[in-house]
Ligand binder design. Structure first.
Ligand code: MCA
Ligand code: AMP
Length: 491
């Protein structure tokens, strides 16, 4: 009996489709067999890395690791060498799981690799894991330095997924469609483990397209998950695509998260489809904190109310709790509950700094509460964190990468509003040789190859010097474009 995924051992679910990626699918009986076979090989192995391509094998790999009680470290297959080297040395996996035929970059060296079979034959082992056992280690960016591994225990998975089931009336009859990456909480925990915990189905698009969304919703999918960029692209496509409007209108639930969905996109989708997108608010470290409930009002610009089991408070800079529910008084969101991670791998300092003395997690998000308890996020404390396409990106890691380019003398990175991505990464660079400054494509390629393509700068401003205060610290607020026509480059 598996306490994470009861449907794997439920005879009445055996013939139901659990996973579908393109034309390939697995029933619950198939998945029990394949992940059971993998689990038998992984028992007692220690942490395993998962090369998280958007394929069936990634879902089998993570399910197998969870059945074995082995923590999985999902890797972005587009990560650059620097980022991968850091994650591998920090998490120390015993082996890496891949789909058959995958070529891994050289940074893996001689780390043992296991090709995952989606047609393996085995049985689901008895679940002997404890609630606090680590289930996943998910890497997430901070303001400075390389990404930190958030250790997510098994109880956080069950707590968050069951709380969402309550808020959304999410059942085994639901068929979820999405095209989210499988190396982050949104796509992996909500988008794959969520349907599996409910005994329902997920259809993964491989890559997000409005056409794929329309096709699946027209063919029986009931729920769509996406980041705001995806909903923005749906909103853009709607005026010329009546099929898409019909398909979205048919969905039981359209859910957005990972960043704020602009009210304009909310309204365009509602006007064209008659359906309102609901938002939920989460974090790698906390999984899901709040959501608009299916029986609540889908109010654009808010992230709803705390999920069952989650305690949430707003706190002023000096630690005073903001008790007013007036839609105006702002404070940092702090949370506690069974949905929280246990800490950052190998980073007791960062873990300690993330919690208050009384054990609440500091999210860094700033919000107000409305009279009925709805939370409205109005900003974030750290200006050096950028949310682009729903990905969290630290300015510091990009600055460090830019400084390693021979044509860069000094560098600063900021985020600026972008209608599609929410925010885009902007690089401010003092060239090593003003006579031959670097081009945006060159620096973007450099960052993409070292860190990840989504972290690449989309705009480059060349400056003669960076504005600094008396202490020598870069004053990012004073960064302005001296001569936009001549000195800037966008992509
Ligand atoms: C472009 N590309 C490059 C380069 N330039 N590759 C290498 N070097 C370069 N210089 C490639 C990209 O890899 C990509 O490839 C393609 O060109 C297009 O790039 P881009 O424009 O950046 O991507 P996009 O297709 O526009 O992506 C938009 C997106 C994506 C699909 C919305 O941003 C996305 O999937 N976001 C989801 C993020 C997410 O899941 N966040 C959840 C975090 P290719 O097309 O082959 O990919 S969890 C979280 O936040 C919490 C828990 C929560 O609340 O959910
Ligand atoms: P990550 O660390 O990548 O998991 O990103 C977590 C952050 O995403 C949160 O701290 C918020 O800033 C942001 N976020 C997630 N969901 C929402 C939402 N619905 N509205 C606004 N911001 C969100």
């Amino acid at each position: 009996m598996s306490c994470l995924f009861p449907a794997l051992t439920d005879p009445s679910a055996a013939g139901r489709t659990a996973l579908r990626f393109g034309t390939r699918s697995l029933t619950y009986a198939d998945l029990a067999s394949a992940s059971g076979a993998l689990a038998a090989r992984l028992r007692g192995v220690g942490r395993v890395a998962v090369w998280a391509t958007p394929e069936l094998e990634t879902a089998v790999a993570v399910t197998g690791a969870l059945l074995a009680g082995t923590a999985a470290v999902p890797l972005n297959p587009k990560s650059g060498e620097r980022e991968l080297a850091h994650i591998l040395s920090d998490s120390g996996p015993a082996l890496v799981l891949t789909a058959p035929g995958t070529e891994l970059p050289s940074v893996f060296g001689d780390l043992p690799r296991l090709e995952v079979s989606a047609s393996g034959t085995g049985t689901v082992p008895e679940d002997t894991c404890a609630d606090e056992d680590p289930a996943l280690v998910v890497y997430t960016s901070g303001t400075t330095g390389p990404p930190k591994g958030a250790v997510v225990p098994r109880r956080a998975l069950t707590a968050t997924l069951d709380a969402l089931a309550d808020a959304w009336r999410w059942t085994g009859d639901d068929v979820l469609v999405h095209g989210l990456p499988l190396f982050h909480v949104h796509g992996l925990v909500l988008g794959v483990l969520g349907p599996l915990r409910r005994g329902g189905s997920v259809r993964h698009l491989g890559r997000f397209t409005p056409e794929g969304v329309a096709r699946e919703l027209n063919e029986g999918a009931t729920m769509l998950f996406g980041v705001p960029t995806m909903y923005h692209r749906l909103a853009e496509a709607l005026p010329t695509d009546p099929e898409l409007a019909k398909a979205l209108g048919r969905a039981r639930l359209l859910v957005s998260g990972s960043a704020a969905l602009p009210v304009h996109d909310h309204e365009r989708i509602a006007a064209a489809t008659g359906r309102r997108v609901i938002e939920r608010y989460g974090m790698t470290e906390t999984l899901m904190n709040t959501s608009v409930r299916v029986d609540g009002e889908a109010r654009a610009g808010t992230v709803g109310v705390p999920l069952p089991g989650v305690e949430l408070r707003l706190v002023e800079e000096d630690g005073t709790e903001v008790s007013a529910r007036d839609g105006e008084s702002v404070g940092e969101i702090q949370v506690c509950g069974p949905n929280l991670f246990t800490g950052y791998l190998n980073r007791p300092d960062a873990t300690a700094a993330a919690f208050t003395a009384d054990g609440w997690f500091r999210t860094g998000d700033v919000a107000v509460r409305e009279a009925d308890g709805y939370v409205r996020i109005v900003g974030r404390k750290a200006t050096d964190l950028i949310k682009s396409g729903g990905y969290k990106i630290g300015a510091g890691e990009i600055e460090n990468a830019l400084l390693e380019h021979p044509a860069v003398r000094e560098a600063a990175v900021t985020g600026e509003p972008d209608a599609d991505l929410g925010e885009r990464v902007v690089a401010w660079v003092v060239p090593a040789d003003p006579g031959s400054p670097p081009a945006l494509t060159e620096l973007a390629g450099h960052v993409a190859a070292r860190l990840a393509p989504h972290k690449r700068p989309r705009v480059l401003h060349l400056l003669a010097a960076l504005p600094r205060n008396d202490m020598g610290k870069i004053m990012k607020r004073a960064l302005t474009v001296p001569d936009p026509d001549r000195q800037s480059d966008t992509a």
